[in-house]
Each structure stands twice: as structure tokens, then as C-alpha cells.
Design a protein around this ligand. Structure first.
Ligand code: B1M
Length: 208
């Protein structure tokens, strides 16, 4: 019988079939689904976040770990009510209009999710109205945007201005290779250079 600590290790190892087997066994054994998520799957993903930050894991390994975690989540999430999992806050996130790069954005999503945020992921090529509507509908605490092209980073300002005009009361978090802290500050957003910094910044935003 797997323990929650073993489950976390299977996530870190990116062992998808091992995670599925362990979670199914725990569910059959009537383990608490919230503990499976928080103390097994997410705690494993937190280790992944730390290792990625410290340069001990790289993008392909992080993606494998995330796939393993998601496979476990798919089994256990239907067993719990949304209200059983407390969240740090709600983040609407997407890669902005005209931009199809999502590898970095997906890493950021995974880390934010495993840190305990509720994520509304708009995917790629997300129009300003998509951000504005999703931020209003979900009462977002943070609107987060990724851009990888110098031609698309300018869309971020449109999103921020549109959100402000629509009365959205949120913080703005941005990232992506062509961005700089100076550009981000100029458009009214906070810059995060990589995924773990995005998590730290998001945590500061919801506790400020
Ligand atoms: Co594209 N591409 N691409 N590309 N691509 C770049 C970005 C480019 C730098 C390559 C180059 O010329 N050297 C260049 C941009 C130049 C520029 O504008 N400055 C470029 C170009 C030009 C293009 C096309 C225009 C090429 C063409 O068709 N002529 C085209 C555009 C398509 C479009 O978007 N409309 C294009 C297409 C593609 C593919 C589809 C083939 C593919 C994307 C696949 C996908 O994402 N599903 C692709 C790829 C893979 C790249 C490179 C090689 C790698 C990007 C990547 O995934 N990195 C890239 C060159 C490079 O960066 N070496 C390149 C790994 C990822 C983990 O890092 O995305 O930086 P990154 O994310 C990091 C941080 O930036 C940060 O955290 C992440 C993790 O630590 N971060 C955030 C990202 N978002 C964040 C949000 C946050 C906080 C942090 O808060 C919200």
C-alpha cells in the first residue's frame, strides 16, 4: 500500500502509471481524497517547483511530473466538492492574442495550481475580452498573462486597460521571454521571470 509520501515521490519521478496505480489503491482503501491531493499529489509538485527553481530539474522532467500529477487528479477530483479545497485566490491566465507559445505558461499554471490557487486557463491566443470577461465572471484576484513575441507583448496593456475600464479589481502578473521589469511596470503589471517567481509574486499579491 502506497503512502502519501510515496505518492509525492512518484509525482516527482514523473511516473504516471505508478501515480494512477497508487491513487486507485488509496481510493479503494477509502483514503481521504483531499489528503491524496494536498499531501500526495500537490506536495510532490511543490518539490518539483523547488527543484526546478534550483536548477535540479528541467522542463521535460517538470512536464512529466505534471502529467503524472494530472493523471492522479483526474481520478480523485470527481470525488470531492470544490469547497473542500481551500484556495489562495483565483487567477485568470492566458497567452495573449496572436501568440501560440504555451510551454512556459503551462509551467506557470502548474506551479500556481500546486501552490493552491484556483486557475482559469484561457489557453493561447486569448483576446482582451476573454481576459476581461473571465476576470469578471470569476471575480479574479489576479489577471496573469504570458507573451513570447515582441509583437504580442503590447496586447498586455490592452488587457489591463480593458480590465480597469470594466471595473475589474485585480492585480496584474506578466511574464515571458521578451518582457522586462521596466516594460511591465510601465503597463501597470508585476513581472515574474520564471514559474517559481510567479508563484512567490502571486502569493504576495493575495496577501498584500
Ligand atoms: Co517560437 N519564437 N515562434 N515557437 N519559440 C521564440 C519565442 C523565439 C525567441 C525564437 C527565436 O527567434 N529565437 C521567437 C520570438 C522572437 C521575438 O519576438 N522576440 C519566436 C518566433 C519568431 C516564432 C514564430 C513567429 C516563428 C514563425 O512562425 N516564423 C512563431 C509564432 C507563432 C505564434 O505564436 N503566433 C513561433 C512558433 C513556435 C512554435 C509553435 C513552433 C513553438 C511553440 C510551441 C508551444 O509553445 N506549444 C515555438 C517555440 C517552442 C519557441 C522557442 C524555441 C521555445 C519557447 C519555450 O517554450 N521555451 C523560443 C526560443 C527560445 O525561447 N529559446 C521561440 C521554454 C519555456 C519553459 O520557457 O516560454 O520562456 P518560456 O517560459 C518561462 C519564462 O519565460 C516564464 O516562466 C517560464 C518557465 O520558467 N514565463 C512566465 C512565461 N510566461 C510567464 C507568465 C508569467 C510569469 C512567468 O506570469 C503570468
Amino acid at each position: 500500500m502506497s503512502t502519501l509520501a510515496n505518492l509525492g515521490e512518484l509525482v516527482v519521478a514523473g511516473n504516471e502509471s505508478g501515480v494512477v496505480e497508487a491513487v486507485n489503491a488509496m481510493v479503494a482503501d477509502k483514503a481521504d481524497p483531499v489528503a491524496i491531493i494536498n499531501e500526495g499529489l500537490l506536495s510532490g509538485m511543490n518539490v518539483v517547483g523547488e527543484k526546478f527553481k534550483n536548477g535540479e530539474m528541467f522542463v521535460p522532467e517538470v512536464l512529466m511530473a505534471a502529467r503524472a500529477m494530472n493523471a492522479g487528479m483526474a481520478i480523485v477530483k470527481p470525488l470531492i466538492a470544490d469547497t473542500d479545497l481551500p484556495t489562495l485566490g483565483t487567477i485568470v491566465i492566458g497567452t495573449v492574442k496572436g501568440d501560440l507559445h504555451d510551454i512556459g505558461k503551462n509551467l506557470v499554471v502548474m506551479m500556481l495550481e500546486s501552490a493552491g490557487f484556483k486557475i482559469v486557463d484561457l489557453g493561447v491566443d486569448a483576446k482582451p475580452d476573454d481576459f476581461i470577461n473571465a476576470a469578471k465572471e470569476n471575480n479574479a484576484d489576479i489577471v496573469a498573462m504570458s507573451a513570447m513575441l515582441t509583437t504580442t507583448m503590447t496586447v498586455m496593456e490592452e488587457v489591463i486597460n480593458g480590465c480597469k475600464d470594466a471595473g475589474v479589481d485585480a492585480c496584474y502578473l506578466v511574464g515571458g521571454a521578451p518582457l522586462t521589469p521596466v516594460f511591465s511596470e510601465k503597463i501597470g503589471a508585476t513581472y515574474a521571470a520564471e514559474a517559481s517567481q510567479a508563484v512567490e509574486t502571486a502569493k504576495q499579491m493575495v496577501t498584500a
